[in-house]
Ligand binder design. Structure first.
Ligand SMILES: [Zn+2]
Length: 359
């Protein structure tokens, strides 16, 4: 029903030019062209069936992605990273509204599903890669949890429930109260486990997930992984900027200063050594950062830091603010829905300014 309403409103936005009107009005009032960075994770073929239960694992279907890029392109010029950084640094003031397309986590299906769409629309883009996951069999903990809850049968889950007392209370509670009796409940269990783990520090998460995997003898068969170094080099050759998403993809604000520095310096050094580029941007995993992270990022030689805070970009930001860049998610399976989403983004801009709390 909500989708139908979004489509209907989008239809009106599209044919009456409401999105364009909202962009025009805001720019007239503020005197600034609109600047925005969009955040994507996984682009895939969802007709093959969803691989996961968490939004970023499920990903977006490449046909919807195509529609969204076309919608963005109708209103914005899609720039590359260096131009976007020039805008936020005040080195450039474009006369046209400008967008940047960013992809977190370097998902291996980027080449098959995202790149052809980007090539079709002649768009530049940025991929943020966590170096420890490139060319290794290391997997994100949330993918391991998804894999585990997808593969375990009811007997295995009953065995795990018998051992729930071995885990700390938040996890034990989820195990006792959840079930994997059907697909819906598997999804709920996966999301509840991921939510409980998300409150813990990385070492603890890793030891809990490893223990869960050992108890249920879960092999990783999900098939989702990051790109290899060869694949990163291949997309870099096609003009995609490969930038840092740290080494271990841990939440930076939870780490001590020395570890933060090593995450920022080492990932930049390794990407530059392997790919021969200059890394200028860092994207904070899970959007986690603080003043220490910003200071270390500046010292490491980055020029910009991307968060997961929603909101638009701005021109000529003070240096510290260039390390707190906001991004927006994009939605829509049709050109009407996508246009509706962009109209909503501009309404938020009018009501809340360039920053808002939830996308
Ligand atoms: Zn990430």
């Amino acid at each position: 029903m909500r989708k139908l309403i979004r489509t209907a409103v989008g239809f009106v936005c599209y044919y009456l030019g409401l999105t364009r009107f909202l962009l025009f009005i805001t720019e007239l009032v503020t005197g600034d062209a609109t600047l925005v960075a969009f955040v994507y994770h996984r682009v895939t073929d969802r007709s093959n069936g969803d691989v996961g239960y968490l939004i970023y694992d499920v990903g977006i279907d490449y046909r919807s992605f195509d529609v969204q890029v076309a919608a963005i392109k109708r209103h914005f010029r899609i720039a590359g990273l260096s131009e976007y950084i020039d805008c936020v640094s005040g080195r450039k003031q474009p006369d046209r509204r400008t967008a940047l397309l960013t992809f977190d986590d370097a998902d291996f299906e980027f080449i098959k599903y995202a790149l052809p769409v980007l090539a079709k629309h002649h768009c530049e883009s940025v991929v943020f890669a966590p170096t420890d996951f490139i060319g290794t069999d290391k997997r994100f903990w949330h993918l391991r949890v998804t894999n585990l809850t997808r593969n375990i049968d009811s007997d295995g889950w009953a065995r795990l429930q018998g051992l729930a007392g071995q885990f700390k209370e938040q996890i034990a509670q989820v195990i006792r109260q959840s079930s994997v009796a059907d697909e819906d409940r598997r999804g709920e269990t996966c999301r509840a486990l991921a939510h409980a783990l998300d409150q813990m520090d990385a070492e603890e998460v890793d030891s809990i997930v490893t223990k869960l995997e050992q108890i249920v003898a879960a092999k990783y068969t999900l098939g989702v992984s990051c790109m290899s170094w060869v694949q990163l080099a291949q997309i870099a050759e096609q003009g995609v900027a490969i930038e840092s998403h740290t080494v271990t993809h841990r939440k930076l604000a939870w780490l001590d200063e020395q570890t933060i520095r090593s995450e920022l310096f080492e990932s930049k050094r390794l990407l530059e050594q392997k790919l021969g580029n200059t890394v200028t941007a860092i994207c904070y995993p899970a959007g986690s950062f603080n003043d220490t992270v910003v200071a270390a990022a500046r010292e490491a030689g980055y020029q910009a830091g991307f968060t997961t805070m929603p909101g638009l970009g701005a021109f000529a930001l003070p240096v510290d603010e260039r390390f707190r860049l906001r991004r927006v998610s994009m939605y829509g399976d049709s050109k009407y829905e996508a246009d509706f989403h962009l109209a909503k983004m501009m309404l938020k801009r009018i009501f809340f300014g360039k920053a808002w709390n939830r996308d």
